[in-house]
Design a protein around this ligand. Structure first.
Ligand code: HXC
Length: 493
């Protein structure tokens, strides 16, 4: 039995379309040419209720199997919205869960294309249990193989919870994700909201943080997936991909970071001036922008970069930045990816909104992620490292393998002005005109990088232009740091 299909693509003859062909076209664009081997193409559901006995399309609305990306094996599935709305019933769920489980067993990444209205309403609890099976498979594979979700259409219900359990979610400009759609929202809460405002790419790329990447269209999502997988090992026990080392972007690092600690700059310019080819794949680029995270290569090998972004909220750490950093660090640790941490942080953002939001709890997540990470981890203090944020950002005391610092760096409990106002309070009451002098004395006696280097909180002071060579040397010396076959899973944010 064949459902009506309408896929506009020159590669297909619309009169000869089979169920799932829309999904097959997508997979063929994602995968290496002719590499796809389909499994379960004839699978059908066994439900009879609400007219389903007259609609038993082959594939049951999801095309699954195995293929290759960049010559490396990968398991894939793609839901087809034109077949029963891409909705997930018992058979559909079983196909997805098996694809994920087999990926975990075989040690290959899994990429899922989601385009689905969620649990198949006609199948009732069988559909819900199907989601339970998929979620369990996601969790079982978590931390063992990379899991990538592409959201290539309107996705609701379980179709968004499975991506949330995976490692990275890519949305396109034409996609939505919501637990419940606009009609249900209206019925339950009375709120009028359109699909884009409820779960469009702006919502998840900028405000909720649920999308790791937002791109224009399907083609861009496939290109990004290939690029991202190029940085990742196939599994937690597989080696990192290794490329020929390349020179960084030609940036004079001495000019990028202003000496005045209050002046902004884009830390991505620093990253570009240090990593191979200046290439940096930023994750969650538009969410919690005060902390930049993403993948790059140093000496031909992948590193995960975590960096305070001075041009956004002065690079302060807050609730969302802590969560963003924590999950990224956990992912890198699970997959043996060394961490390079660039620090220029004035502290944690103070205030009632942060305290009410649980900044203590969320800051602790980042602290925990760094302190427990067993991958090689190197910190570079670019300018300032103050207070709790200094500790959290992979300090020596949290177990960094090496802490490097630039010659103008300052490490202290807080900025010189704030510190002087507190410790010299009595003198300032009587001699307010001496404030500048007191600020300078605190800066010289308590903040200078030499002090931190002498006591071992900083291992070496390096010039900006020497930073890459220093990183290469330290990371090479740590190549033998053993990665257990399985470290831990990748708990959602
Ligand atoms: C069965 C479904 C379906 C579903 C869509 N369809 N969702 N069939 N079960 N969940 C069918 C429609 O009946 C229609 O079939 C076809 O798919 C296309 O749907 P449209 O509504 O015409 O498409 P569109 O306007 O693009 O809207 C897409 C949508 C909307 C926003 C996803 O379909 C929608 O809101 N669907 C219901 C979402 C939902 O509440 N799902 C259950 C979530 S609960 P025909 O035959 O007419 O072409 C869940 C449980 C897990 O998932 C929770 C985990 C925590």
């Amino acid at each position: 039995m064949t459902d009506t299909l309408s896929v506009e693509t020159p590669a297909l003859d619309p009169t000869a379309l089979q169920p799932g062909d829309g999904a097959r076209v997508r997979l063929s664009r994602l995968l290496d040419r002719d590499s796809f081997f389909e499994l379960g193409s004839q699978r059908q559901h066994r439900a009879n209720q609400f007219g389903l006995d007259k609609r038993r399309p082959d594939t049951d609305g999801v095309v699954a199997g195995t293929g290759a990306i960049g010559g490396r094996p990968v398991n894939v599935y793609a839901q087809d919205r034109r077949v029963l709305g891409g909705s997930l019933g018992e058979a559909h769920a079983d196909k997805i869960a098996r694809t994920i489980e087999q990926a975990g067993r075989g040690g290959v990444p899994v990429v899922g294309i989601n385009d689905s209205g969620g649990a198949r309403i006609q199948e009732g609890v069988a559909a819900l249990d199907g989601y339970g099976q998929v979620f369990r498979a996601n969790v079982g594979a978590s931390g063992r193989v990379p899991q990538l979700a592409l959201i290539l259409g309107p996705c609701a219900g379980g179709a968004v919870y499975s991506p949330a359990l995976m490692d990275f979610t890519v949305m396109t400009d034409e996609s939505y994700m919501f637990l419940t759609g606009p009609r249900v929202v209206k019925a339950v809460t009375g709120e009028d909201v359109d699909a884009r405002s409820l779960g469009g790419p702006e919502v998840h790329g900028e405000r909720s943080g649920c999308a790791s990447f937002v791109v224009d269209d399907d083609e861009a999502a496939f290109a990004l997936t290939r690029d991202l997988l190029g940085y990742l090992p196939s599994s937690s026990s597989a080696p990192l991909p290794e490329l020929v080392p390349e020179a960084p972007a030609s940036v004079d690092l001495r000019d990028v970071v202003p000496v005045d600690g209050r002046e902004p700059y884009d830390v991505r310019d620093v990253i570009g001036g240090i990593v191979d080819g200046g290439r940096f794949l930023e994750v969650q680029e538009h969410w919690a922008r005060n902390l930049v995270v993403g993948f790059a290569r140093v000496d031909g090998r992948t590193v995960g970069v975590v960096a305070n972004q001075a041009k956004w909220l002065a690079g302060v750490l807050d609730l969302t930045a802590s969560e963003k950093g924590a999950r990224f660090v956990r992912f890198c640790d699970a997959f043996g990816i060394p961490l390079v941490v660039m620090v220029d942080v004035p502290g944690f953002l103070p205030g009632t909104a942060q305290e009410n939001g649980g900044v203590i709890r969320k800051g602790a997540k980042l602290l925990h992620a760094f302190a427990s990470a067993t991958v090689p981890r190197v910190t570079v203090v670019l300018r300032k490292a103050f207070g709790g944020a200094y500790i959290v950002m992979n300090s020596r005391s949290l177990g960094a393998d090496a802490v490097l610092a630039w010659p103008n760096a300052e490490l202290a409990v807080m900025g010189a002005e704030g510190a002087a106002d507190i410790i010299f309070r009595r003198q300032l009451d009587t001699e307010p005109h001496r404030r500048d002098e007191m600020v300078d004395s605190y800066r010289a006696d308590a903040m200078h990088v030499d002090l931190a280097a002498r006591r071992g909180s900083v291992d070496e002071i390096v010039a900006p232009e020497e930073t890459r060579d220093a990183l290469v040397a330290v990371l090479r010396s740590l190549r033998g740091a053993r990665q257990p076959a399985f470290v831990h899973d990748n708990l959602p944010q």
